[in-house]
Design a protein. Sequence first.
Length: 470
Amino acid sequence: MRIPVPDEILPADRLGRVHCVGIGGAGISAIARIMAQQGVEVSGSDDHDTPFLPALRELGVTCHLGYDADHVAAADTLVVTTAASEDNPEVLEARRRGLRILPRSAGLAAVMAGSRVLAVAGTHGKTTTTGLLTSALLAAGRDPSYAVGGVLSATGRNADAGSDDLFVAEADESDGAFLHYRPHAAIVTNVEADHLDNWGTEEAYHRAFEEFVDSIDRDGFLVCVLDDLGAADLARFARDSGLDVVTVGESADADLRIHDLALAGSTSTCRVSRSGTDLGEVRLRIPGRHYVLDAVAALATGLRLGCAFDALVDGLGAFTGTGRRMELKGEVDGIRVYDSYAHHPVEIRGDLEAARALAGEGRVVAAFQPHLVSRTRIFGEAMGVALGAADEVVVLDVYVAREDPDPAVTGRLVADAVPLAPEQVAYVGGLPAAARELAARARPGDLVITLGAGDITTVGPQVLALLGSA
């Protein structure tokens, strides 16, 4: 559902009683949690229970299962997920009563009012980088508010209202939400066309990031990963507009340069220098070059805020991830099962590179569920090519969200493009079939990984159960 952003976004303490439609999702639950901690009376509804709801209930937030017009009887304001259907009874009732209705982006802007916002944007890596920056700042003695698109390992929560004036926020570009945050500073990890169902063209997508840069405080700063062509172009644009820019990466031109990168098992290490001076080593407990780039971008932000290098590095080193980002689900008989949110060819490629380092001598057995009809239509072949980095591949049908199904766009587009022998690729019809296929293909020493932004996250536990009963 598309809800327009109002011309004026009121601070959360002026919204009255707030009801959150889709409160079980990562984004809306984070807003609800911070509102409750700020003293706002909050309730919400979702069509199913999620891991975010118990912590909200502990704060006194009423969380209904199922949608009903009666749930908004005491509400003054609704905050609505983009996933809400056009006939959602709570939204229809709010419209009938003339209540204030806000999209997720405006709800987040409301809780950030009065803070110095550190916005983390980019096509890939937003959630991990937001978590890394929050972890680093906490270790450096700061107490920022934060809203992350997954559960932060350091706190076990996806959001908190801190005592500091800083607010670390994941800035989502998919629906243009990041254009409403007016940040003090920002990180852009990369810029590569995605969400064309909303933006229409690659050019429009890139222009949106330029608009985002224009929204940054002129006395603030931008951190960009110079190794990414889109982010490098954005850094040049920002400098030309007079904004202070800090670049990071392995490139010799980076302001904060990465040296001696080493990936070994579940760890990643590198050294970092600035203007030719070695600052020290960064050691991470998460695997993959893309995570190193994310971590050094967070490091650059903390340094620019005046935090100590050693303290920031300690926080980065303590970070063990967020939910659905190379998340270990369990191990049975020497077979480890991981889950990842990767749904774009670049993300698939990066996480399979990390999986390869984790697997060691074992094989990588991957299952992928394409997400969105439009994304699969545009990137389906590239998704299949990226999956070729695994040893065995299982492809599911498209997870349909926000769009109508298209019989011409199925997971077969992806499966047919995987550059492996036919016996190494399976195209299956559903989640139980995917779990059975993975369990049948895996053997001791292998690493099984489920990839996708849909409900494939439920497959990993099914695989572990099947392996345990074998």
